[in-house]
Ligand binder design. Structure first.
Ligand SMILES: Nc1nc2c(ncn2[C@@H]2O[C@H](COP(=O)(O)OP(=O)(O)OP(=O)(O)O)[C@@H](O)[C@H]2O)c(=O)[nH]1
Ligand SMILES: [Zn+2]
Length: 306
């Protein structure tokens, strides 16, 4: 008898060592990783081997990128092979500018295009405040989209769909920003599916999966990935010496620093510090972003001392 042949597939969900793999024909089946390691990530292209009604992942194709966070304890991978990360925040509850910047830096480091979406446009006053707050992010070139996912604003929805068309996009957002609302609106019934799926993957136990892949259209050219919440976004994998290069408002000024290994914290002739806004000058770098940089630099430097 000929040996069973491997088939190609895409990891669309993952729980521990169980993966849900979608084949080219659209069939989905539970696969296990071979051996003790569980290295697959949602978005991975894999080769798998059928074994009765399940399967084994034999090989993972090289990744184009991997969106992840890392703290002292562990590395948490969100997804692989992404085009974009949609960072969803809202007029309310108030968002953390540090978490927003951290997610942007993680995306930049992996060459993934970030999009910032500000939801709850219908809450006029808090929205105006948050929108103004995001001015530095628009100025540094990020696409910032206004949204009102719980309302029937078709223009906002269309603008969002236009950004998502033909792309693989991970949605990331703090609790309460409206991520579930957005996913349900773009992919009706998606989250109900997820419940069943996590049950199947976790042998009946109710546990949410990590990231989940959804197709946005029937010809499967656009995908939206739901991620678990984003609390503490550790960036331990980032080299502090490279940090400014991942911050588009700081990056152009590094070339003007007197010292090639300038930390932009205290050196004379620092191009970055000269560009920070102050009471006497508007500057090109907002005081808040520079504060985020210096705190993050100190944090990353501290980690590398051990
Ligand atoms: N005013 C307003 N409220 C919204 C909008 N979108 C979502 N909400 C509300 O915001 C709350 C949080 O929305 P969810 O979609 O559950 O948020 P989530 O980000 O999935 O939050 P978690 O479930 O905690 O992860 C709900 O009460 C929504 O009805 C909006 O455009 N405007
Ligand atoms: Zn400098």
């Amino acid at each position: 008898m000929a040996p069973p042949s491997q088939q190609s597939g895409l990891i669309v969900a993952n729980y521990g060592r169980h993966f849900l793999v979608e084949s080219a024909s659209g069939e989905r089946r539970i696969c296990h990783s071979r051996g003790k390691k569980s290295q697959g990530v949602v978005g991975d292209r894999v080769w798998w081997l059928a074994s009765q009604d399940e399967g084994t992942i034999e090989k993972i194709e090289p990744r184009r990128n991997l969106f992840y966070r890392q703290d002292e304890v562990r590395t948490k991978s969100f997804a692989a092979n992404l085009d974009q990360v949609l960072i969803l925040i809202a007029a309310e509850p108030e968002f953390s500018s540090s978490q927003l910047s951290r997610a942007l830096i993680a995306a930049e480091e992996q060459h993934i295009t970030p999009i910032i979406a500000l939801n709850k446009r219908d809450l006029t006053e808090p929205f105006a405040r948050a929108w103004a707050w995001l001015a530095p992010y628009r100025q540094m070139g990020y696409d910032v989209l206004p949204l009102a996912m719980a309302t029937h604003n078709e223009a906002d929805r269309d603008a969002l769909l236009q950004r998502l068309s033909g792309k693989t996009t991970l949605v990331l957002g703090p609790s309460g920003a409206g991520k579930s609302t957005l996913i349900n609106r773009l992919i009706p019934g998606a989250l109900a599916q997820t419940g069943e799926l996590s049950q199947a993957l976790n042998s009946g136990k109710h546990t949410t999966t990590s990231t989940t892949w959804y197709w946005l259209n029937s010809d499967k050219t656009s995908a939206l990935l739901d991620s678990p919440g984003f609390q503490e976004f550790g960036l331990n994998h980032i080299d502090p010496a490279q940090l400014a290069a991942y911050m588009p408002d700081l990056k152009p000024h590094v070339a003007h620093c007197k010292f090639y290994n300038c930390s932009h914290l205290h050196e004379p002739g620092c191009g970055v510090m000269a560009a920070v806004e102050s009471a006497s000058s508007p500057g090109e770098i907002s005081a808040n972003r520079y504060k985020i940089y210096s705190e993050l630099y100190a944090e990353l430097k501290q980690i590398r001392r051990y």
